[in-house]
Design a protein around this ligand. Sequence first.
Ligand code: SAM
Length: 280
Amino acid sequence: MYNAPITDHRLPVTDYRIPINRAFSKQSTHYDETDYANDILTDLREQVYAHVSLFMNPGSRILELNAGTGIDALYFAERGHTVLATDISDGMIAQIKKKIRERDHGDRLSCRQLSYDELHQLEGRKFDYVFSNFGGLNCINDLSSVSRHLPSLLTPGAYVTWVIMPPVCLWELGGVLKGHGAKALRRFHRHGTLSHLEGEYFRTYYHTASKVRAALGSHFHLVKSEGLAAISPPPHHGAFPKRNRRLYSFLRSVDKLVRHSIPFNRWADHIVLTFRYVGS
Ligand SMILES: C[S@@+](CC[C@H](N)C(=O)[O-])C[C@H]1O[C@@H](n2cnc3c(N)ncnc32)[C@H](O)[C@@H]1O
């Protein structure tokens, strides 16, 4: 997620999902435009697709969590998979519905407004892949409230790929040297950081790979992890590639060399974690 965090810890006592729905619904109307204009995001999405392609079998049934406007759902549906795209936000769901209306994917692309901690509502359905991209799961602290629903929804041998923001991002930590301490250290707050997006405030939580592993439990084996923008700048520096073309491509090539190894598959702007479900 590329919102501007502030370090005020007050938050009104209410359903945590209400401000999230409001913020992302406001963002939904200009989300695609901003996303496609950001060269870094484009590169990182392609990196995520390359990662997923190692595990996704042809004709997979995909459950997408926090699908946003459906950019990835559409990508997978266009490649012959069947996708149920879910999201909490009215606005994001409206954007997915628009894509479904405008393009003909038969029944390969469908959507449902659903919070990822309410996946029990899908009981009776089976999926081969559960996918969550670009930090949607950073909007919740207790990942087990999501993962506990997965075994009843998955086929044996199914895969789960979650792309989340970890606490350590070297590029952001570099901000300490520039005197931007509060922003640089925002990911380390034990009780989450108050994020400010489109005039709404909600908490963001940064998850380590071990926290994700613990939430999924022993029936899920980690099969691959890699860093997104481990050395290169994160997406909120969207203008960097155009202004510093050579430096950016050098940093991306260093990323490519190191992103599969410790610590760069743990310390990055986002990390991509893929697990195989070994339960029955
Ligand atoms: C940064 S956007 C990422 C969207 C999309 N995955 C992408 O790659 O463009 C985060 C998304 O998480 C969704 N989200 C946040 N909390 C959620 C929840 N509890 N249940 C479902 N979706 C949620 C938001 O509505 C938003 O669409």
